[in-house]
Design a protein around this ligand. Structure first.
Ligand code: DOR
Ligand code: ZN
Length: 345
């Protein structure tokens, strides 16, 4: 039985680092385990221009200290009004590496998102021309569509057509949660990839609803039925090249989650690698872990693999019940549980 796992240092291809005091409290959890991370732009106000994104990057580095061995990879928040020239300018200058599509009102911080994807086709065509990835929160927002079906309906109504219309566009279908999405990505061409979170590999919707409402298992897209979770585990651990690690770590204060209208988001940064490694071990696929965590993402984003290595050992670790993140109490994913792999750095 494998007892030690040494892999190239991983990257996290989807994180929420927040801003201000909370940024100071959470960013180091991601920078500890990951060399680089794709940073989401859904702040208040959202990061919709080059200057704003560049200033946010500076705040992240200041929060970590300039000596931190971590590179934030920034993203631009798309709105109906995004200017294709601004996108091309920021990408050429290295301010951001990708742009994020939030359908308006799909999730936290998406009120300024895109109301109809056809409105931003000129932006997407320019992104295709310059090879800049589009990162998609793939859920429809139609009130008539059941929340558990919103991802599958997005594939039918929006994604299939987008990929047919702009076939050169490089797309990351983020935090996929369904068998439909797993099948879609597995069957798509080389320009389409996906990320998978640890929570969607560990939890099905029962985790949220059985024995009481459990707000710390609530995120968007919401966890689905068990057969979807099994399909995600199969894809993640299969060795398929266009699926990679993206935690979607999304910290919210404990009191804002344990509320009558609790926030969506799971803070999984502190034990992210331990959580994923446990899944790969359970699936008998530790030999596929490095590709998922450290190789497939850089290949898709056309970046070098990190030269350093990290080591995990088969040893129990217990996750704290909560963290004090610079004055904000946050309950992490797996709070109080014991995981079977320990990250040594
Ligand atoms: O659960 C989520 N939380 N899903 C998202 O898409 C946004 C995120 C957040 O920013 O809190
Ligand atoms: Zn997210």
């Amino acid at each position: 039985m494998t007892q030690t796992l040494t892999i190239h240092r991983p990257d996290d291809w989807h994180v929420h680092l927040r801003d201000g005091a909370l940024l100071q409290g959470v960013a180091h959890h991601t920078a500890r385990q990951f060399a680089r991370a794709i940073v989401m732009p859904n702040l208040n106000p959202p990061m919709t221009d080059c200057e704003g994104v560049a200033a946010y990057r500076t705040r992240i580095m200041a929060a970590l200290g300039e000596a931190a061995d971590f590179t934030p990879l920034m993203t631009l928040y798309l709105t109906d009004a995004t200017d294709p020239d601004e996108v091309a300018r920021g990408h050429a200058a290295g301010v951001f590496v990708a742009a994020k599509l939030y359908p308006a009102h799909a999730t936290t911080g998406s009120a300024h998102g895109v109301t109809d994807i056809r409105r931003i086709y000129p932006v997407l065509e320019r992104m295709a021309a310059i090879g800049m990835p589009l990162l998609i929160h793939g859920e429809v927002t139609d009130a008539h569509v059941d929340i558990f079906d919103r991802e599958a309906v997005f594939i039918e109504r929006t994604l299939t057509r987008l990929i047919a219309d702009i076939s050169d566009l490089r797309v990351v279908f983020e935090h996929i949660t369904t068998a439909e999405a797993a099948d879609f990505v597995a069957g798509a061409g080389p320009n389409v990839a996906a990320t998978i979170t640890p929570q969607h590999l560990h939890l099905n919707r029962n985790a949220m609803l059985v024995g009481g409402i459990r707000p710390h298992a609530y995120c968007l897209p919401v966890a689905k039925r068990e057969h979807h979770r099994l399909a995600l585990r199969k894809l993640a651990t299969s060795g398929f090249a266009r699926v990679f690690l993206g935690t979607d770590t999304a910290p919210h204060a404990q009191h804002l989650k344990e509320a009558a209208c609790g926030c969506a988001g799971i803070f999984n940064a502190p034990f992210a690698l331990e959580s994923y490694a446990t899944v790969f071990d359970e699936e008998g696929a530790l030999d596929k872990f490095e590709a998922f965590a450290s190789l497939n993402g850089p290949a898709f984003y056309r970046l070098p693999v990190n030269p350093q290595t990290v080591t995990l050992v088969r040893e129990p670790v217990t996750v704290p019940d909560s963290y004090d993140c610079n004055g904000t109490t946050i309950v992490p994913f797996h709070a109080g549980e014991t995981l079977n792999w320990k990250w040594l750095g």
